[in-house]
Write a new protein. Structure first.
Length: 319
């Protein structure tokens, strides 16, 4: 009798062990950028997404090695807390500083496919500029997600896509919520300024030939959310070539330009010698500002910093 009872207990123990061992769901813990949150992501099953090139992409599991082929996507990867999985970046991926410690896989428009293959990535995050390289990488058995944003809505989608594919959905939701909260805080402050009193802003993208930001440029959205009025926001082209005379005619209150190290004095001197610019409100009132080109031009998480910086320049008395 005792032997029979012992045998039944042994069978029950083996059965429970097998049931527990056959659960095919594994948990991968991923810390967010602050190191305070751990997100559990399932590694079994397929993930099917449509990327921002309109391609349906199938992932069989959570990638443990990631390569980013653009600076903005590299910033998204870091902001999602995926630094440990990032094994390769381009030579232009300079933020955060840790990005420069990763393996270089070529330039933004000239990725080195041989080096990419050597790193054995489970995921390559590409941009629309890589339209020729994407099929070549897929032929080599590399999973590619094309992510590129022209505005904030698309940026939120980009973050969600990367977060979903890498198994850190909660991190993505938290990042987007934080960005939206900070932007809404700026909007609430600048909403105190009546429409007719909002500053007119000229953003100089390039000086020779003279180029600015049009309606469809990411910079236009930054200026608008910060409470300014882009003087070339009526032009559909993202980066139109314009003339110095037209800028003078539109009488901007503030001028913004990308601040490259050591160029400030040269840029301002060049601006003040252009025909009619000496009488523009921005020049007369010394309202010419060099800003961070990366945060203003890259469609990444730091767009929030660009909006906050612009708002402080436009309405310093409100901040």
């Amino acid at each position: 009798m005792k032997k029979s009872l012992l045998f039944l207990v042994l069978l029950l123990f083996i059965g429970l062990f097998l049931i527990g061992g056959c659960d095919g769901t594994e948990q991968v813990l991923e810390s967010d950028q602050s190191g305070e949150e751990e997100i559990a992501a399932e590694t079994s099953g397929e993930i099917i997404v449509t990327d921002q090139m309109g391609r349906e992409v199938v992932f069989s599991g959570i990638p443990d090695k990631i390569i980013s082929l653009s600076p903005s996507n590299t910033e998204v990867v870091f902001a999602l807390g995926l630094a440990d999985r990032l094994v390769g970046v381009t030579e232009y991926c300079n933020y955060p500083a840790e990005a420069q410690e990763k393996e270089i896989v070529g330039g933004f428009s000239t990725p080195n496919l041989e080096r990419i293959v050597e790193l054995e990535p489970g995921l390559v995050i590409a941009s629309t500029i890589h339209v020729e390289e994407v099929p070549r990488m897929e032929e080599l058995g590399i999973s590619v997600l094309v992510v590129e944003s022209a505005n904030l809505i698309e940026l939120y989608s980009s973050i969600s896509l990367v977060a979903e594919v890498t198994g850190v959905t909660a991190n993505g939701e938290a990042l987007i919520a934080s960005m939206q909260e900070r932007i809404q805080a700026v909007e609430a402050i600048v909403s105190q300024v009546p429409e007719e009193e909002r500053v007119k802003v000229y953003y100089e993208v390039y000086s020779d030939p003279l180029m600015s930001a049009g309606r469809n440029a990411f910079i236009n959205e930054i200026i608008s959310l910060a409470g300014g009025v882009n003087i070339f926001g009526d032009i559909d082209e993202s980066y139109p070539q314009i003339s110095a005379e037209v800028v003078a005619e539109r009488q901007p209150d503030i001028i913004l330009y990308p601040d490259y190290h050591g160029t400030a004095d040269f840029v301002i001197e060049a601006m003040t010698t252009r025909p009619g610019w000496e009488n523009m409100p921005a020049v007369l009132n010394n309202q010419v500002y060099g800003i961070s080109d990366d945060s203003f031009a890259r469609p990444g998480p730091r767009v929030v910093e660009a909006i906050e910086e612009a708002a402080r320049i436009f309405y310093p008395h409100l901040f």
